[in-house]
Ligand binder design. Structure first.
Ligand code: ADP
Length: 284
């Protein structure tokens, strides 16, 4: 998978290219300015908008290995094991460079350290930060850390210091053109009639990628049943997608924007969420 499999999101792709891809592709240029390949990006946005999809595509675009770390893989109930697991994960990435190391729901790990009741959690967070920093300049060369969260405001500011996840990148909900493009990608390997994806995009306001995937799955299931009764494959039509859209509601964008608006308007002293300002001011 590469960026060609990610519909829309041109600004997000461009930000990742500059931060991740170009330093690996043109190391001399970056070295001349004293910059090295490595470091991390914090992808944030509403659930289902495509953060995981994008991270996987970034790895493909780079020709890099992709390691997807669920926090349940790391958080171990035995004291000390979690830190060992985390270290082993970073080591795996270092042995396979270039490598994209993807941490989903990083907020579970990176919740404000001051809130942390358990010394154990604090230790794990400190371990994560020191792995990000690396023992020396070259420790994490070629290891690109992407982390994703739906609740960026819970991620401790220590995670966003230079050299760590220092570049928050907003993964927005798709606009109509992006929704049509996502639908086209989701349908591309299926038997299709002539499709009007724009018509479907128009009736799926506030749907994110994951919602659209659910929509296509539902339409395909209905079509499969018809095809079984008919004894031949019947191509998927625009009408099928429109019918499926009627039965579904978008999941989370509106609520997410409402929460985001609170943080952007009332808790944005550091300017960390400036990028969200035009979005939360929109109509949701
Ligand atoms: P998140 O990690 O933000 O919760 P995911 O990356 O899991 O969301 O997205 C859910 C699904 O939606 C993906 O598996 C993918 O099939 C689809 N999807 C989301 N965004 C896009 C996109 N821009 N282009 C194509 N498919 C997308």
């Amino acid at each position: 998978m590469t960026f060609a499999d990610v519909a829309g999101m041109e600004t997000v792709k461009e930000a990742l290219r500059i931060k991740l891809l170009l330093p690996l592709q043109q190391p001399e240029l970056y070295a001349a300015y004293g910059k090295r390949a490595g470091g991390g990006v914090l992808l944030y946005g509403p659930p289902g908008a495509g953060k995981t999809h994008l991270a996987r595509a970034a790895a493909g675009e780079l020709g890099a290995a992709f390691v997807n770390v669920g926090l349940s893989d790391i958080l171990d109930m035995y004291v000390g094991s979690s830190e060992r697991n985390l270290h082993a994960t970073f080591d795996l990435a270092r042995r396979n460079r270039p490598c994209v190391l993807f941490f989903d729901e990083v907020d579970a790990l990176a919740g404000r350290r001051s809130d942390m009741r358990h010394a154990q959690t604090r230790q794990l967070v400190n371990q994560f930060l020191s792995e990000l920093d690396g023992v020396d300049q070259s420790a994490n060369e070629g290891v690109l850390v992407l982390a994703a969260t739906n609740v960026p405001w819970y991620v401790d500011a220590a995670f966003r210091r230079p050299g760590r996840l220092d570049q928050p990148v907003f993964v927005p909900p798709p606009d109509a053109a992006a929704r049509a493009a996502i639908l086209r990608i989701l349908c591309r390997d299926k038997p299709l009639a002539e499709m009007d994806f724009d018509a479907v995009a128009r009736v799926t306001e506030h749907f994110v990628g994951a919602d659209l995937k659910g929509l296509v799955d539902r339409a395909v299931e209905a079509k499969l049943q018809q095809s079984i009764s008919a004894g031949r494959p019947i191509p998927l039509s625009t009408q099928d997608l429109l019918a499926a859209a009627q039965t579904l509601r978008p999941t989370a964008v509106r609520e997410w924007m409402a929460t985001a608006r609170n943080y952007v308007l009332h808790a944005n002293d550091s300017g960390a969420w400036d990028e969200l300002m035009p979005w939360v001011k929109g109509k949701w």
